[in-house]
Design a protein around this ligand. Structure first.
Ligand SMILES: [Zn+2]
Ligand SMILES: [Zn+2]
Length: 256
């Protein structure tokens, strides 16, 4: 299994996941040029991508869609509740047969990969986390959620890799210069996960993953160093073999 994150954060998100022989992209919040550079790095051809799964409709996850749609033959799997606006945004007319739709809480199959899209608490319609299983390898992708709902720890048990949001330090958000409403959103139950929430989730798992990639770090209210010092405080390395931190600007790769 291989996960290559091309970019992660509030300015754009996209991740390539390879399970068995199947290549999938998660989110299209980066330019087509950056996608091409990422795929070159990965040694994967655009035509070999099975589908692009879109977790939700915020621009940092979907902003590249119109150009990706126009310049490629990629197929997109998108939340059904937002389907109409997504197809319109792509400038895709009736979708050209390149859109399929999912509902949170249901299971799907993409080539030889099973996909479970589960709902998370966030302020976009039908935002999902993803669980992907292919050839016995298991990966979970969870970003853009304000709280760890009751069912999420159970869903994240026994994964090989978890890509998990660790967005901010609450004290830094509270003290920063953002407008009050923005702070309230970030810290609220439909905003983003803090370092503490992410680490509590991971350290509470009975069967932790072999690898964790932290993502969607705030550039103003978090840093890889701060997150890593929090991870050391809770002895994450005793439970998880590989820990990486994804970046807004560079590629991050994990292979098991
Ligand atoms: Zn986001
Ligand atoms: Zn979002």
């Amino acid at each position: 299994m291989r996960l290559i994150n091309f970019a992660s954060g509030s300015k754009g998100n996209s991740t390539l996941v390879t399970l068995g022989e199947t290549h999938l992209l998660i989110d299209c919040g980066i330019s087509f040029r950056r996608l091409q550079l990422g795929l070159n790095f990965a040694g994967v051809a655009l035509d070999d991508i099975e589908a692009v799964i879109i977790t939700h409709t915020h621009s940092d996850h979907i902003g590249g869609l119109p150009v990706w749609f126009r310049k490629s033959h990629l197929k997109f799997l998108v939340p059904e509740l937002a389907a109409r606006s997504i197809v319109r945004m792509a400038g895709a007319g009736n979708g050209d047969g390149r859109f399929a739709y999912f509902r949170a809480g249901r299971d799907y199959r993409l080539a030889d990969v099973e996909l479970n899209a589960f709902p998370v608490s966030h302020d976009a319609p039908e935002t999902v986390g993803l669980k992907l299983v292919g050839e016995g390898e298991r990966l979970a992708y969870v970003t853009d959620l304000g709280v760890v709902a009751e069912d999420i720890p159970r869903l994240l048990e026994r994964q090989d890799v978890i890509f998990l949001e660790a967005n901010h330090e609450p004290e830094l958000v509270a003290a920063c210069s953002y407008p009050a409403l923005t702070k309230k959103r970030i810290l609220g139950p439909r905003g983003h996960l803090s370092n503490q929430q992410a680490l509590a989730l991971l350290t509470g798992l009975a069967f932790p993953p072999r690898a964790v990639v932290f993502g969607h770090l705030s550039e103003n209210n978090n840093s890889p160093e701060l997150l890593q010092s929090r991870a050391v405080e809770c002895e994450l390395e005793r439970r998880v073999e590989h820990v990486a931190v994804a970046s807004q600007r560079r590629v991050t790769s994990v292979e098991l």
